[in-house]
Design a protein around this ligand. Structure first.
Ligand code: 7TS
Length: 415
């Protein structure tokens, strides 16, 4: 099927044909419907083949070898860094730090930032909708440094209350950490505006882009964010690799995170001096295959017009929300923000989300249930969990129809 809405042409069947797993039939005769891309997306052939070819034909350790294979692998890894740089429109290669994922990138900043920027009584702002990965590291940093953690509240619609955010900002605010897109609600936060306000009081901003990079074009220079973190595995790439973008002058101010090979310039028994960016933050042998595979994931994404792909995904999301509301009198959608992408969270009557998830699974439909690593957000809405359907560019409205039929069965059996 070629989806045509307004003037977009997006060939979802051609995209799907790149993902062999989507052809699977499970539990005897149930075609797999994969609605769990917010947890991890599926992988297209080009990514799997690139990783396989690397291991079978190209592997050697990088950056330190004089021999052919090492140089070839180094070139491929560094080419991937440039692809990431261009993909998010960073200015310099050395602003792109390979990490093991979003969690690792946030921990890198949280483990080093206080050493140069925080004194007792300073303030750090996070929001009430953060993934635990963008909350717990800041709690740890504040505990260690004596900084005070402040929270931007979330409205009933699932949006950040921006007046309250503005009121929290003051000259003690040193850092703001905010997700670009909520993994639970799908809310797109107005991060450009929030960054501008934070800079107004001299604070730096880290944006958690785990759920935005798969769904929208990111321009870190346009956003003017200080740090931007994301994971390869949520954007059609391999697991175990991610990116920390940071402004060069700010990364230069931070001390190293991990000590070891690669991150040093000179070492004596007593003391070491440290390498330049990006190597200063890349101690040890990295996930070479992951980095090169992430480059292939970017190639895959750029084959599509990303605006068209996003429009297709948003059409599937909107269709899903509309059908949920039309077909079920007792449905509660958690998160009704004006700007959303990627995911819809809901509750069906008083049926436990876990029971809905198990029944849908038996019908071949993969959704996620529970608190989605956002327990404070669950407390905010006075619930213990939701059912979440999340989307990639390979999902279709026909798959949403299968979800709706599955939910009807669940309602009949479980209410
Ligand atoms: N931040 C956000 C907004 C996320 O959605 C996730 C993962 C992370 C950080 C952590 O990413 P990682 O790659 O380091 O693990 N989110 C989810 C999810 O929604 N379901 O499973 C993982």
């Amino acid at each position: 099927m070629i989806a045509k809405t307004s003037n977009i042409t997006f060939d979802v069947e051609a995209v799907r044909s790149e993902f062999p797993v989507l052809d699977r039939v499970i539990y005897e005769n149930k075609p797999l419907v994969y609605f769990d891309s917010a947890a991890s997306s599926q992988k297209p052939r080009i990514v799997a083949n690139t990783v396989r070819d690397y291991y079978l034909n190209e592997h050697a350790n990088i950056h330190r070898g004089v021999h052919f294979l090492s140089q070839e692998a180094t070139n491929k890894y560094e080419e991937a860094r440039k692809k990431v740089r261009d993909f998010i429109n960073a200015a310099y290669d050395e602003e792109i730090i390979f990490t093991s994922g979003t969690t690792d990138g946030i921990n890198l900043i949280a483990a080093t930032f206080d050493k140069v920027h925080i004194k007792k009584g300073d303030e750090v702002i996070v929001t009430g909708m953060e993934h635990h990965s963008n909350l717990v590291p800041w709690q740890m940093m504040c505990e260690r440094s004596g900084a005070v953690l402040k929270f931007v509240p979330v409205s009933d619609e699932g949006e950040l209350i921006l007046e309250e955010y503005e009121a929290l900002l003051n000259d003690k605010t040193k850092l703001v950490a905010v997700s670009h897109v909520s993994n639970t609600l799908g809310t797109i936060n107005p991060v450009a505006e929030m960054i501008k306000s934070a800079h107004g009081v001299g604070a730096q901003v880290l944006v958690d882009g785990a759920q935005s990079v798969p769904h929208m074009k990111i321009d870190v220079r346009d956003l003017d964010c200080d740090y931007y973190v994301f994971s390869g595995h949520k954007m059609y790439g391999p697991t175990g690799v991610g990116i920390l973008y940071g402004k060069k002058e700010l990364l230069n101010e931070l001390p190293p995170y991990k000590g070891g090979g690669e991150m040093i310039k000179t070492v004596t028994l007593e003391k070491s001096t440290y390498n330049e960016l990006p190597h200063k933050f890349e101690a040890g042998t990295p996930n070479i295959a992951g980095g090169i595979g992430l480059g292939a994931a970017i190639d895959f994404m750029l084959r599509e017009d990303l605006t068209d792909a996003a429009e297709h995904e948003n059409r599937v999301l909107e269709y899903c929300e509309n059908r949920l509301q039309e077909e079920f009198s007792d449905i509660k959608i958690i998160g009704q923000a004006k700007e959303k992408t990627g995911a819809v969270s809901f509750l069906l009557g008083d049926i436990h989300p876990y029971d809905v998830g198990v029944l849908l699974d038996r019908l071949g439909i993969a959704v996620r249930t529970g608190h989605h690593c956002t327990q404070p957000l669950m407390n905010r809405f006075d619930i213990t969990g939701t059912v979440r359907a999340s989307f990639g560019m390979y999902n279709t409205t026909q798959e949403v129809d299968a979800l709706i039929e599955g939910l009807k069965r669940a309602e009949k059996m479980l209410s």
